[in-house]
Design a protein around this ligand. Structure first.
Ligand SMILES: CC(C)(COP(=O)(O)OP(=O)(O)OC[C@H]1O[C@@H](n2cnc3c(N)ncnc32)[C@H](O)[C@@H]1OP(=O)(O)O)[C@@H](O)C(=O)NCCC(=O)NCCS
Length: 158
């Protein structure tokens, strides 16, 4: 990665670039990808925000998140393959946490496929195992994969 990407808020106009990163980064075997319609349907909902990692006009990563009351959920996190392992995923995760805090979150959670290496990233940021959803992801050839729910709690500072 020659240039350090900037993190900026994205919108509906960025969804084609987001889908390009999604389709390139998620392994199609596991059924973790969202469709354009799913992303476009969710983005205008209250409490939803999109963060882009961008070099110039080129999007190399993104995080999609939602807050309801004091609970924030990281819905999607992805970095283009050729930009991975340069700290962009961690920066996007940190941006999710700080963006959620500034919106009043105390509880943070996410779902991730059991076995996804992203679990290392989430654990290093303080997320711990909270539950398992059996057969949550429908992959190719009729296979299913469990989702793990990871959570992190930060009591309010008084
Ligand atoms: C998960 C993902 C976003 C990480 O992005 P990234 O920019 O490569 O992450 P970082 O470079 O910030 O990595 C931070 C740490 O996460 C861990 N990590 C990331 N990818 C890893 C891998 N493939 N194997 C093991 N550890 C990994 C490491 O601890 C890493 O730190 P290190 O490089 O100093 O060892 C990226 O791999 C991706 O887009 N994967 C496909 C989509 C996906 O599965 N998203 C998560 C589910 S929503």
């Amino acid at each position: 990665m020659k240039s350090v990407p900037e993190l900026v808020e994205g919108g509906a106009v960025d969804l084609p670039a987001v889908m390009a990163v999604m389709n390139e980064s998620f392994d199609p075997r596991y059924g973790e990808r969202w469709t354009f319609a799913q992303c476009a349907g969710l983005l205008p909902m209250p409490g939803v925000w999109l963060t882009l990692a961008r070099v110039g006009d080129a999007v190399c990563g993104f995080a999609l998140a939602r807050i309801v009351a004091d609970e924030a959920e990281l819905l999607l996190l992805a970095v283009r393959k050729d930009a991975q392992r340069h700290g962009i995923g961690r920066r996007l995760l940190d941006a999710f946490l700080s963006g959620a805090r500034s919106r009043g979150a105390e509880h943070f959670h996410l779902e991730v496929r059991d076995g996804n290496p992203a679990i290392h990233l989430y654990e290093s940021a303080g997320f711990t195992l909270a539950g398992r959803r059996r057969d949550y992801y429908s992959g190719d050839a009729g296979r299913t994969f469990d989702a793990l729910t990871l959570a992190k709690f930060e009591p309010p500072r008084r």
